[in-house]
Design a protein around this ligand. Structure first.
Ligand code: F6P
Length: 323
């Protein structure tokens, strides 16, 4: 293998730039030519493919976002789009791909490999931490710390006014950000899609807190919770407990931005090198990950089809510490 290309796709995540830097520098170190594809699969279809040098990735290890830009491509869902993408890769003589992204990115990569046989190694880059095959994904730690910073600030005002706050964090299908930021931020309750919690449970918890002399409470809600958004949940609680002073904050996309934490920079750097080495060692359709602090390669089909359950110990811990 002489020429490889990399791209970022799907929702951006802090640390993607550190991973891009690592892939580019590792590839050059290992005597490969490396190309950057802009705007993920959309750029592959449009032919936005450029050679990258060592200096192309200077001064980005500390930055959020992705210098290669990102997109959620509709065109790549079509056979015609994927054929165009393949022709563009062939035109540049690309023999292997490194895809940095989440489950949508890897679903596309897996299909592309099945259809055209171009070896691909995925590096897990998503704040959701919802990929089977890696204990952590690039950007998750930063997103948790961003959420935690916001929760700490909201706690100050919640305590001053004796209020209940419902704080919505990201995670359409997974409660990783919610559970970790909830434990770190001392939340009274964490609502996640993986476990079912009723409105009555929420009301009971808040009332128990008051009975235990708590004057304010924080409920962290993952956006994908089965009871709905934080706003919808808060409205239903308010309807039954009109005396409670309730406010709602949705943290939204601030969780996707900002400079990556040390943890994410190091994880991204390790995964970038391992992705390049994986391709060179003949890995063909895998996601590189870190399990028990060791580099692993998991078949992409497994990475996208198997779910990664929330740690039961953390769920229990949340309950115990919030009495
Ligand atoms: O997958 C990452 C993520 O930030 C999710 O947590 C969130 O549900 C989604 O992306 C938001 O996507 P978009 O930026 O396209 O609105």
């Amino acid at each position: 293998m002489k020429k490889i290309a990399l791209f970022t796709s799907g929702g951006d995540a802090p640390g993607m730039n550190a991973c891009i830097r690592s892939v580019v520098r590792s590839a050059i170190y290992l005597d490969l030519e490396v190309y950057g594809i802009k705007y993920g699969y959309d750029g592959m279809i449009r032919g936005e493919i450029q050679k990258m040098e060592s200096y192309s990735v200077s001064n980005i290890v500390q930055t959020g976002g992705t210098i290669l830009k990102s997109a959620r491509s509709e065109d790549f869902r079509t056979k015609e789009g994927r054929e165009k993408a393949y022709k563009n890769l062939k035109k540049h003589g690309i023999e292997g791909l490194i895809a940095i992204g989440g489950d949508g990115t890897f679903t596309g990569a897996n299909l592309f490999y099945d259809e055209f046989g171009i070896p691909v190694v995925g590096a897990p880059g998503t704040i959701d931490n919802d990929l089977y095959g890696s204990d952590y994904t690039i950007g998750f730690d930063t997103a948790v710390n961003t959420a935690l910073d916001a929760i700490d600030k909201i706690r100050d005002t919640a305590a001053s006014h004796d209020r209940v706050f419902f704080i919505e964090v990201m995670g359409r299908h997974s409660g990783y950000i919610a559970i970790q930021s909830g434990i770190g931020g001392g939340a009274e309750m964490v609502m996640v899609p993986e476990t079912s919690t009723t409105i009555d449970d929420v009301i009971k918890k808040l009332k128990d807190g008051r009975d235990n002399k708590k004057t304010s409470s924080i409920v962290v809600v993952a956006e994908g919770d089965e009871q709905g958004s934080a706003l919808q949940i808060a409205e239903r609680v308010k309807a039954e407990t009109p005396k409670m002073d309730i406010r709602v904050t949705s943290l939204g996309h601030i969780q996707r931005g900002g400079g990556p934490t040390a943890f994410d920079r190091i994880l991204a750097s390790r995964l970038g090198l391992a992705a390049v080495e994986g391709l060179m060692n003949g890995e063909k359709n895998v996601m590189v990950g870190v399990i028990d602090n060791k580099i692993t390669y998991t078949n992409l089909k497994l990475a996208i089809s198997k779910s990664k359950p929330l740690n039961e110990e953390l769920i229990r811990l949340t309950k115990i510490l919030s009495i």
